[in-house]
Design a protein around this ligand. Structure first.
Ligand SMILES: C[S@@+](CC[C@H](N)C(=O)[O-])C[C@H]1O[C@@H](n2cnc3c(N)ncnc32)[C@H](O)[C@@H]1O
Length: 261
């Protein structure tokens, strides 16, 4: 009986997927979210012709950060949209090695990275983090890829540090949550004050260019650390950073950390 149920369930799914594919290829492709799906199908079957090739040279994280320093990882279990555990470890090692007094995270999401920045930084450090307010109130100004929408449409920004069990963490008080679209937000009060920036908001070429230029202006005297997430993962990130590194002398010294950060 169980075997029979499994077969019936598969037949239903097969027919549903078949009809959905007919719709996708005959009509649905006129919507951008469905074109994204066709792109994903091609990647799944090994055709990835539109990918932008990474041009920034690679470096080992162990040559940049002190890997002997103890780091704390909190809320390590990741969800779709977070950094990997390995990337989180490297970000935390950056904090431990360079001891920034002020950190700016562009793209809060559920706040997992923000919380980790808070618990690994100096007691007096401040962690600013920005995200869009609820999606239906402020739509982003620049182009957003269909793949970004599910992260934008999350229910609560910074949920990882809104949980009651985190109340006891004094480090939570270091976090200053800001809301706005990075293409319109008034960053003036923060320009020239920050020691480290983590860029991980919208992944379109337009937004990565915008956010990277903001990140540079945030740095105190133009000096400090900017980390980007998803280079060589999202085409928009790869293309924008390739271009910045080649065309803007301020970004000449960028490198691509092996293992993705
Ligand atoms: C991939 S998630 C960030 C993940 C997070 N950095 C982490 O490490 O867990 C991207 C976040 O950027 C936010 N975002 C996208 N476009 C934005 C914009 N124009 N301005 C501000 N935040 C934006 C999204 O709402 C989403 O929460």
């Amino acid at each position: 009986m169980q075997q029979f149920n499994r077969v019936v369930s598969f037949i239903i799914k097969y027919v549903y997927a078949f009809v959905s594919c007919c719709y996708l290829f005959l009509v649905g492709f006129i919507f951008s979210k469905n074109r994204f799906l066709i792109n994903q199908i091609c990647i799944n079957f090994g055709l990835d012709i539109k990918r932008i090739r990474p041009m920034i040279s690679k470096s080992k994280f162990s040559e940049i950060v002190n890997t002997q320093l103890p780091v704390k990882i909190i809320k390590g279990e990741g969800t779709d949209g977070n950094t990997s555990l390995f990337e989180l470890l490297i970000i935390n090692l950056f904090v431990k090695t360079f001891n920034p007094n002020s950190i700016f995270g562009i793209g809060t999401f559920d706040g997992r990275t923000t919380l980790n920045l808070a618990i690994n930084s100096l007691p007096a450090a401040k962690i600013y983090t920005i995200d869009l307010p609820k999606a239906d109130t402020i739509p982003p100004t620049l182009f957003v890829t269909p793949g970004d929408k599910k992260y934008i449409e999350k229910n609560v920004t910074g949920i990882r540090y809104h949980n009651k069990d985190e109340k006891v963490l004094p480090e939570k008080n270091k976090i200053i949550q800001l809301y706005g679209d990075t293409a319109k937000f008034n960053f003036n009060p923060y320009f020239n004050k920050i020691n480290m920036v983590f860029v991980d908001a919208a992944h379109s070429y337009e937004y990565v260019l915008n956010d990277s230029k903001i990140a540079l202006k945030l740095l105190k005297n133009g000096k400090g650390i900017i980390l980007w997430h998803d280079y060589d993962v999202w085409d928009g990130v790869t293309q924008a950073l390739n271009e910045l590194q080649q065309q803007n002398s301020k970004f000449n010294s960028c490198f691509h950390i092996e293992g993705r950060v």
